[in-house]
Each structure stands twice: as structure tokens, then as C-alpha cells.
Write a protein that binds this ligand. Structure first.
Ligand SMILES: *Cc1c(COP(=O)(O)O)cnc(C)c1O
Length: 398
């Protein structure tokens, strides 16, 4: 008999302002929805909740795709779903990479048994369409082009329309990672010609991590139906999961009921605000934050004109210690921001201004906290100047 050596206290997480790359802050309405009583996963009432979630997802993705649903799992489950359902051994695929999440796509695409060609872009910049075109010239039989829309490791927002045109000219599908862009920047699946896309609940949808919305158009669905081999993952096999979300209600796995309550509420909040207003809000707050940072002597990292409004990257000034600043923000202000990954580790901070947390109050507090953290490091920084610069963007003046 194994016995416990200590008493475990009741869970009491500290207050945090989550301004890192995810998870992001959650609207209290979403937490309330999650704590409502469970329904059975085939209860007619729950099936209606699934239908409504599908309708709301089509609005947020701006698509009429029938095959639009939420996979059980975090954003990476969506990445795995799209790539492992659309690729099989012997296929050819091109992946555009300019950060960590593009690299993850390469890893997953390779595991499907496909031959993968990487278009390597520079960290902090978009991948240029010419480079993608050149890759198709070398691999004209590629079945799929995969790319990250909002690259959370660098803060880049990749334009997609040129890439869609190139992929379609070569008869390939365009598959897109919208994890950090959906709900925070325009994502127009149908208008832009995106054939398959996935996202996650824990970024701009302001919902806890746990579901991954995906959408596939009829062209992508036909590719799925023509597969010669079974999807290697039973759990992520869309040919079965679409039968649960569709009319048939075929039992596959038990839907994470409370997570679906959460997602439905989060999407309802987005619908109330309206997508265009939400995109404009993210854009304005990102601009105000960047202006404030510049007044603090912090330069933006991501390429100008292609900055992701939901995740701002800033260069850490010389002589300032990355970990000490992040620790100060957490200890003194209960604020979490993210550090750099891979080649930019220790060189940049990643600040998530996503969904519920993209607002003037948050930015005012964060700029004040950053000024204090930098001053504690001996870096000359004036909170007053930062707030004035941000206020100028908001049009408030002083
Ligand atoms: C966060 C993120 C993912 C992975 O999502 P998880 O929820 O961590 O599994 C994938 N792609 C991008 C661009 C992300 O920002």
C-alpha cells in the first residue's frame, strides 16, 4: 500500500495578468460557462451546443466550410490534425518557415511520411512569395503548402493571398496556422483561398487551452477522402470525427463538454463585439504599446508593416537582463510576459495582447511596470514618457 507523505492544499492559483505568448487572459464569462453542469455528449441539448459552436466558428474563420469543428486538444493538435490528415507517405509538401511554429510544421509533416521541402525565411521577417514560388519550381508536384499566419515566436503576420495564388497555380492546397491570429487579426479563410486552417482556444479567443478549431474546404476534404492509407492517428482522424460533428452523431470519443461550453461562450463574446471592431481594437492597442516601448528605448523586433497585433516582440536592450526583468514583472506586478525562443532567446520579449487583454488599461499598467523593471536594471526609462506616447496613439493627449 503506497501512502501519501503530505497533505495537499486546496488549489489557489495566484492572480496573474497573462501577457505572454499564451495562455492569455480569460473573460470571466468563459470561466462561468465552464462551471455550469455537464450534459451527456450525445444529449440533444449538447448536440445543439456543438451545432452553434460550429456556426460561430464559421463566422470567426469567415468561411462557409461545412467541415469546421473543434478538435479535442491544444493548438498543436490542430497542426497535427491538418497535416497528418492531408499528407500521407509518398506525398510532397512545402513548408514556409520563419520561426518555431513553422519548424514544428516541418517536423509534423515529415512524420506523416511526406517528402518535405523547407522554404527558410529569416526570423523576424515574413517569408517572401518569390522564395515560395522558387520552391514550387523545384517541387512542382507538391500537394500542400503549409505556412504560419501569425508566427508567435517572432511576432510576424504573414500575408497569405500571394501564397494562396502560388499554391493553387501548382494545384496544391494551402494549409495555414491561425493559432495566434484568429480573433486578433483578419483571417478570411474563403476570401483568401485558404484550403485548410487550424487555431487554438488559448490565444486571441481568450479561452483556456484545450480545443483546436479546424476548417477544411471541399477541395481539402476531397484530398482526405482520396487517401490511400488510413490517417495514422486514430484520435485525430477527421474522417471519423466529422461523422460525430455531422448529422450521423457517430460516437468517436467523448467531447470535452466544459471546454466546448467555454469555446461557445468565447465565440459568442467575439460575435457580440464584431470581428472588425475586434481587429481594430487589437491593432490600436498594439500600436499604442509599441509607441510606449519606443519611448522607453525599446525597439520592435518584427519587420515593420508585418507586425502581429496580438503578439508584439521587442528587443531587449544591451545591459538589461532578460530573466531579471521578467521576474520583476511577475513578483511586483503579477504580470507574465514571454521570453524569446531558439535563436532569439535572451534577445527579445514576446508580449501577448490577446482578446480580453488587448485594452488600454492593460497597456497603461504594462508600460508602467516595464519602466520600473528597466529602471531597476539601471536602464534609463520614464513611465511618464511611455504613457504620453501611448496616449498620443489613443488620441487622448495630456
Ligand atoms: C501556441 C501556438 C501553437 C501551439 O498551440 P498549443 O496550444 O501550445 O498546442 C501553434 N502555432 C502557433 C502559431 C502558436 O502560437
Amino acid at each position: 500500500m503506497l501512502t501519501l507523505k503530505k497533505q495537499y492544499g486546496e488549489l489557489a492559483p495566484s492572480e496573474r495578468l497573462l501577457l505572454g505568448p499564451g495562455p492569455s487572459g480569460v473573460d470571466p464569462r468563459v470561466l462561468r460557462a465552464m462551471s455550469t453542469p455537464l450534459l451527456g455528449h450525445l444529449d440533444p441539448e449538447f448536440l445543439e451546443i456543438m451545432n452553434e459552436t460550429g456556426e460561430l466558428l464559421r463566422y470567426v474563420f469567415q468561411t462557409e466550410n461545412n467541415l469546421t469543428l473543434a478538435m479535442s486538444g491544444t493548438g498543436s493538435a490542430g497542426m497535427d490534425t491538418i497535416l497528418s490528415n492531408l499528407l500521407e507517405p509518398g506525398d510532397k509538401a512545402i513548408v514556409a518557415v520563419c520561426g518555431v511554429f513553422g519548424e514544428r510544421m516541418v517536423d509534423i509533416a515529415g512524420r506523416s511520411g511526406a517528402q518535405v521541402k523547407v522554404v527558410q525565411g529569416e526570423w523576424g521577417r515574413i517569408v517572401e512569395p518569390e522564395a515560395v514560388e522558387a520552391a514550387f519550381k523545384e517541387m512542382p508536384a507538391a500537394k500542400l503548402l503549409a505556412v504560419v499566419h501569425g508566427e508567435t515566436s517572432t511576432g510576424i503576420l504573414q500575408p497569405l493571398t500571394d501564397l494562396a495564388a502560388i499554391a493553387h497555380r501548382y494545384g496544391a492546397l494551402l494549409a495555414v496556422d491561425c493559432v495566434t491570429s484568429l480573433g486578433g487579426a483578419p483571417v478570411l479563410i474563403d476570401e483568401w483561398g485558404v484550403d485548410a486552417a487550424y487555431s487554438g482556444t488559448q490565444k486571441c479567443l481568450s479561452c483556456p487551452p484545450g480545443l483546436s478549431p479546424v476548417t477544411l474546404n471541399e477541395k481539402a476534404r476531397a484530398v482526405l477522402q482520396r487517401r490511400k492509407t488510413k490517417v495514422p492517428s486514430w484520435y485525430l482522424d477527421l474522417t471519423m470525427i466529422e461523422r460525430y460533428w455531422g448529422k450521423e452523431r457517430f460516437y468517436h470519443h467523448t467531447a470535452p463538454i466544459s471546454m466546448l461550453y467555454a469555446l461557445r461562450e468565447a465565440l459568442r463574446i467575439i460575435a457580440e463585439e464584431g470581428l472588425e471592431a475586434r481587429w481594430a481594437r487589437h491593432e490600436l492597442n498594439a500600436r499604442a504599446f509599441i509607441a510606449g516601448c519606443q519611448a522607453l528605448g525599446l525597439a520592435p523586433f518584427a519587420q515593420e508593416g508585418h507586425r502581429l497585433p496580438s503578439l508584439v516582440t521587442i528587443r531587449i536592450p544591451a545591459g538589461v537582463e532578460d530573466a531579471a526583468v521578467r521576474r520583476f514583472l511577475l513578483d511586483e506586478y503579477k504580470i507574465e510576459i514571454g521570453g524569446g525562443l531558439g535563436p532569439v532567446k535572451g534577445q527579445i520579449w514576446r508580449v501577448g495582447l490577446m482578446g480580453y487583454n488587448s485594452n488600454r488599461r492593460t497597456i497603461t499598467l504594462l508600460l508602467t511596470a516595464l519602466a520600473a523593471a528597466l529602471s531597476a536594471q539601471g536602464h534609463k526609462a520614464s513611465a511618464g514618457a511611455a504613457l504620453e506616447a501611448a496616449d498620443a496613439v489613443y488620441g487622448a493627449g495630456r
